[in-house]
Design a protein around this ligand. Structure first.
Ligand code: CUA
Length: 664
């Protein structure tokens, strides 16, 4: 063990073991907040925040939307996890969104929100996010703040380096965290070095409903951790960090920390695309699911995919290079000019910055240390632009303010460090409470950062809020970075784990919002558009009830003739055509969530009654003064009953049916 490594590991061990580490940070906390902090985060009642901030829910599998600078929670968008609050993943229309080749999965771990880009700047159209456990990527439409599309990633496990986008918005990526046998077959775990491989997936993402894997690049069996696209001069390249270049398969905390340097993989994806077009990739049998919600019917369907194009670097010369980087690097971040590649080694004592210009020269000069599986390893000195000395401990992630400064999160020393690009000097540092993971500056990974604020996403909360038992909400902190010195403005708790976030000026999104779904354009085959269309039908043991919801009743609201052994489908259409007027639907004993119905939308609940009797149903979303009157009854009779199948419409509806010209 080298002396440097021994010191670093000792510091890590001490920091992790020491509760004292957190305690010693708590004393000066409040004194660091300037007296003007309150006015800088105060958004008066009825006023709007300046930024939308999209924070991943981490192990909640969702995305939460906060306003900045207030830190107010605006919405939770379900993505990879069922959400009883609005029925996502429970109602019949959205169930297919959670389908995979492993069956329906009600949960995942969502890590990295990524705003869609045009010309290297966020355009406010979509938000992408990855599933970390069963690799998937999702697209959220930012006119509705809803998940419309999910693509499964085959030949991968742990889709962590994802879903970072290219500046032109053509691709998003997903790199495998865990290398696995490809195809994934029954082999001894000890055969890791022979049998386990990694893949880098490039996913076409520029057209809604058409996400697909353009190609996968087969890589050595390391762990691939994070990635970012080049931009400007480095446009066309993608950079991924690796760790476990030792290729250990057990006790990684020790066995994957042995090499002094791991690698940043530099991938020329335009060259890769050209090689694929020239037929240099194999068509590789691979089963994966593509789930898409049609915006008109709002029904999700699953498309089964059967193969990918798999490219081996040995068959496409110049497609990939390795840049040696100390020491188990985590984040890899490209500065706004596209020249600097900042790679933060979790256990490194410096932050190394690679130069894209020097990398190009090293490739031309063939300044290679060696070649791994057809991938040349460039010499560290030949690609290094500089090192940030004594930045702190445990550098993880870097974002930029567009004014020539970089901000790096330091997990172990629990601080943000500001340093200058080009001179590599540290110019400011500020503590975080506690143990910062990602940090985020609005647009801070793009060509034109919006700057102004920095959000720290902390892994440990401890004493920052009123205690709530052993488990605390997660802690985000907002800093003002408009001046020379960073200033702490606000703590705000977040749901799930705010793993990473992105933010965009509200002006780019807020005026494009859908306010209701047009009933006339509702393409759900079970939609009805008026009370008079309400009806009940039987086909064998299947009963379909088509029902409307409007302030403040359902029609029909008295249903009889359902028998034990039947499967009942309630198709409820909210026929309101007004912003933010939602209804809900729930029935006694249903073993699923409620339905929540946006205005103009149809949702379906499947229900199998288990005993005869009377089953009340009601509206769950407080919609009007007579919300509590918005209820009905369904009668279930024994199998073979003579009770006729019937469904009324309400008295009010009957009057409307007899006098349809009368406006509601
Ligand atoms: Cu409809 Cu409450």
């Amino acid at each position: 063990m080298s002396p440097t490594r021994r010191v670093v590991l000792a510091v890590v061990a001490t920091a992790i073991a020491g509760g004292a580490f957190f305690a010693c940070r708590t004393v000066p906390a409040t004194t660091l907040v300037g007296s003007d902090a309150a006015s800088k985060v105060y958004v008066p009642p009825g006023s709007y925040d300046e930024f939308y901030s999209f924070m991943s829910g981490g192990f909640s599998g969702q995305v939460a939307v906060y306003g900045l600078p207030s830190g107010r929670l605006l919405k939770v968008i379900p993505v990879f996890s069922q959400n009883p609050e609005n029925g996502y993943g429970y109602n019949e229309e959205s169930k297919a969104m959670l389908q995979t080749t492993f069956g329906s999965i009600p949960w995942d771990d969502s890590h990295h929100p990524e705003l869609s880009m045009t010309d290297g700047v966020p355009d406010g159209r979509w938000l992408f996010i990855n599933a970390n456990n069963t690799p998937r990527v999702a697209r959220i439409d930012l006119t509705r703040f809803e998940t419309d599309e999910i693509l499964q990633i085959p030949n991968a496990a742990g889709g962590h380096a994802s879903p970072f986008t290219t500046p032109d918005g053509k691709y998003i990526v997903s790199a495998t965290r865990f290398s696995v046998p490809i195809p994934n077959t029954d082999v001894p775990i000890e055969s890791y070095k022979q049998n386990f491989k990694g893949t880098l997936s490039f996913i076409t993402a520029d057209q809604p409903g058409k996400m697909d894997i353009a190609f996968q690049i087969l890589m050595p069996g390391y762990d691939y951790d994070l990635g970012h696209a080049g931009k400007g001069p480095s446009d066309g390249w993608f950079f991924f960090t690796t760790y476990n270049t030792e290729q250990a398969n057990t006790k990684l905390e020790e066995n994957a920390s042995k090499n002094d340097k791991d690698y940043v993989a530099a991938v020329n994806y335009k060259k890769a695309a050209a090689c694929v077009a020239e037929g240099k990739a194999k068509t590789f049998p691979s089963e994966y699911d593509h789930n898409y919600t049609d915006p008109k019917s709002r029904i999700a369907t699953v498309e089964k995919k059967t193969s990918v194009k798999l490219l081996s670097p040995a068959d496409c010369e110049g497609v990939a290079y390795y840049l040696p980087t100390p020491k188990s690097p985590h984040g890899v971040d490209i500065d706004p000019t596209g020249e600097y590649i900042v790679a933060s080694g979790k256990l490194a004592t410096v932050i190394p910055v690679h130069s894209f210009t020097k990398m190009q020269k090293a490739i031309a000069d063939k300044a290679f240390e060696k070649t791994v599986d057809g991938i040349p390893v460039l010499k560290y000195e030949s690609v290094l632009a500089g090192e940030v000395q004594k930045p702190g401990l445990g550098p993880l992630h870097t974002e930029f303010d567009g004014k020539g400064y970089a901000y790096t999160s330091m997990f172990i020393s629990s601080e943000v460090v500001k340093w200058k690009l080009g001179t590599w000097e540290v110019v400011d540092r500020i503590p975080t409470y506690y143990s910062i993971g990602h940090l985020m500056i609005p647009g801070g990974d793009t060509k034109k950062p919006f700057g102004k604020y920095l959000v720290a996403m902390n892994k440990i909360t401890k004493d920052r809020y009123l205690p709530t038992g052993p488990e605390m909400a997660q802690s985000a902190q907002l800093y003002d970075i408009s001046g020379d010195k960073m200033k702490l403005l606000l703590d705000f708790p977040t749901i799930g784990e705010p793993h990473y976030a992105q933010a965009i000026p509200a002006s780019l999104i807020k005026d494009k919002q859908v306010k209701f779904h047009s009933l006339a354009e509702n393409k759900n085959p079970d939609a009805i558009r008026s009370e008079s269309e309400g009806r009940i039908t039987r086909n064998g043991k299947r009963v379909d009830i088509r029902m409307i919801a409007i302030r403040s009743h359902f029609a029909p609201d008295n249903i009889e003739g359902v028998q034990l052994g039947d499967t009942v489908y309630f198709h409820v259409t909210n026929i309101e055509q007004d912003w933010d007027i939602l209804h809900g639907f729930a029935i006694l004993g249903a073993n699923t969530s409620e339905l929540i119905l946006q205005p103009g939308e149809t949702r379906t609940m499947k229900w199998i009654p288990t005993r005869a009797g009377i089953y009340p149903f009601y509206c769950t979303d407080f919609c009007s003064a007579l919300h509590q009157e918005m209820q009905g009854y369904l009668r279930v009779s024994p199998a073979g009953t003579t009770v006729a199948l019937s469904a009324n419409v309400s008295k009010k509806a009957q009057q409307q049916i007899s006098a349809p010209a009368k406006a509601r």
